[in-house]
Design a protein around this ligand. Structure first.
Ligand code: TXA
Ligand code: MG
Length: 323
C-alpha cells in the first residue's frame, strides 16, 4: 500500500475521515505525539493498528473523542474524573474510567477490559478530524511497538510508510511527550504514566497528593505502556545521569552541562536555557537524531524531575532499560 501524505486543510481532513470511515489507518497530529488512528468501533479496523505497529494485542488503546459529551457516552465519569476532564480537556491527559454499558468502542480496542482510556486532544487538526469523522478514534502513538514515539510526520513515515493508508502532516507536536494517564477506577486516582500534564497540576486540581508508585500490572492485565520496562527505545545504548562523556558517545544534553565534552561528537541539547517544557518537546526528535548517527551509546545529562521532568525521566529510564 502507498501511504498518502495529506495536508491539514479541509480537503485533507475530509479525506482522512473518509479513510477512517472505511476501516483504514490514518496517522494524525495531536499536541503530544502523532497517533495512528482507526475507527474505534470496528474490531477489524482496530486489528489493523495492532498489525501495523506489531504491538502485543493485549495492550489496550486510547479512544480519542471530540468533546465531553462524546466521552460521557463511552465512559462512566465520577466526580474526580469530571473534575480532571473539566480542568485539562482538551489537552494531554488520558482518563481511565469504567466503560459505559452502552459505549460503542470495540472490545479489541479495550483489550477486553471493562475500563476505557479516553482523551479529548487539543490539537486543532485532531479536533477537526474527530468532528468530521463523528466517532471515537482509537490511536496509539504512530510508531512500531517499543520504539521512540513520533513527533513529526517524517518520523511516522520512517517506520510505517507502506503499512498505513495516510498521514496528516501538520508539523511538529508542541508537547512532544505522550499524555499523562490517570486511572480513576480505584479508590484513589493514580498516575499510570507521567506525561504532558504534570503531577503537580493534577494534584492541585484534585486537592490531594497522588500515590508515587503506579499500581503494578499483573501478568495478563497491563495497565499502561509504562509497564513495559523497555519502551521508547532507540537502537543505541543509553547512559543516564552522565556527568561527562567519552569520545565516540553521542551526547543528549540539558542546559549545556555536557557541552565541554562535545568535541565533534554527535550532540543535542534538549534545552539550552534549562526549560523542561522545551526539553519535553525536543526529547524524541533528539533521541532519533542522535540514534541516526550510528553511535553505540548516548550519554544523557541529568534532567531535573519537576513539572514535565518527571515524564522526561520516565521515558529516558525506559529508553535505557536493557533489551
Ligand atoms: O499522548 C498520547 O497518549 C498518545 C496520543 C496519540 O494520544 N497516545 C498514546 O497511546 O500514547 P499508546 O497506545 O502508545 O499508550 C496508551 C496506553 C496504552 O499503552 C495502555 O497501556 C494504556 O494507555 N491504556 C489504555 N487503555 C487502558 C485501560 N483501560 N487501563 C489502563 N491503561 C490503559
Ligand atoms: Mg506508544
Amino acid at each position: 500500500m502507498q501511504t498518502k501524505v495529506l495536508q491539514p486543510d479541509a480537503d485533507g481532513i475530509a479525506e482522512a475521515a473518509e479513510i477512517l470511515g472505511r476501516g483504514g489507518l490514518v496517522a494524525f497530529p495531536t499536541e503530544t505525539v502523532y497517533g495512528l488512528g482507526a475507527d474505534a468501533r470496528s474490531d477489524v479496523a482496530v486489528a489493523r493498528i495492532y498489525e501495523a505497529k506489531q504491538r502485543p494485542a493485549f495492550n489496550p488503546l486510547i479512544a480519542h473523542i471530540a468533546n465531553m459529551a462524546a466521552a460521557r457516552s463511552e465512559g462512566v465519569f465520577d466526580a474526580r474524573a469530571e473534575t480532571l476532564a473539566a480542568a485539562f480537556w482538551p489537552g494531554p491527559l488520558t482518563l481511565v474510567v469504567p466503560a459505559a454499558p452502552q459505549g460503542s468502542v470495540a472490545l479489541l480496542a479495550r483489550a477486553g477490559l471493562d475500563t476505557i482510556a479516553l482523551r479529548v486532544p487539543a490539537h486543532p487538526v485532531a479536533q477537526a478530524l474527530l468532528e468530521r469523522f463523528g466517532g471515537p478514534v482509537a490511536a496509539p502513538s504512530a510508531n512500531p511497538s517499543g520504539s521512540v514515539s513520533p513527533t513529526m510526520a517524517a518520523h511516522v513515515l520512517e517506520s510505517l510508510s507502506g503499512r498505513i493508508d495516510a498521514v496528516l502532516d501538520a508539523g511538529p507536536c508542541a508537547v512532544g511527550l505522550e499524555s499523562t494517564i490517570v486511572d480513576c477506577c480505584g479508590p484513589e486516582p493514580a498516575i499510570l504514566r507521567p506525561g504532558g500534564v504534570s503531577r503537580a497540576d493534577i494534584e492541585a486540581v484534585l486537592g490531594a497528593k497522588l500515590p508515587r508508585k503506579p499500581p503494578q500490572a499483573d501478568a495478563g492485565k497491563p495497565l499502561a505502556p509504562g509497564m513495559l520496562a523497555s519502551h521508547y527505545a532507540p537502537r543505541a545504548r543509553v547512559r543516564l545521569r552522565a556527568r561527562s562523556a567519552s569520545p565516540g558517545e553521542g551526547i543528549l544534553d540539558f542546559a549545556g552541562q555536557l557541552a565541554g565534552y562535545a568535541m565533534g561528537s554527535p550532540y543535542a541539547d534538549l534545552s539550552a536555557s534549562g526549560d523542561v517544557t522545551e526539553a519535553a518537546a525536543n526529547l524524541f526528535a533528539s533521541l532519533r537524531q542522535l540514534d541516526a548517527t550510528g553511535v553505540a551509546q548516548i550519554a544523557v545529562a541529568p534532567i531535573p524531575g519537576h513539572s514535565l521532568g518527571e515524564a522526561i525521566n520516565d521515558r529516558l529510564r525506559r529508553a535505557a532499560a536493557g533489551r
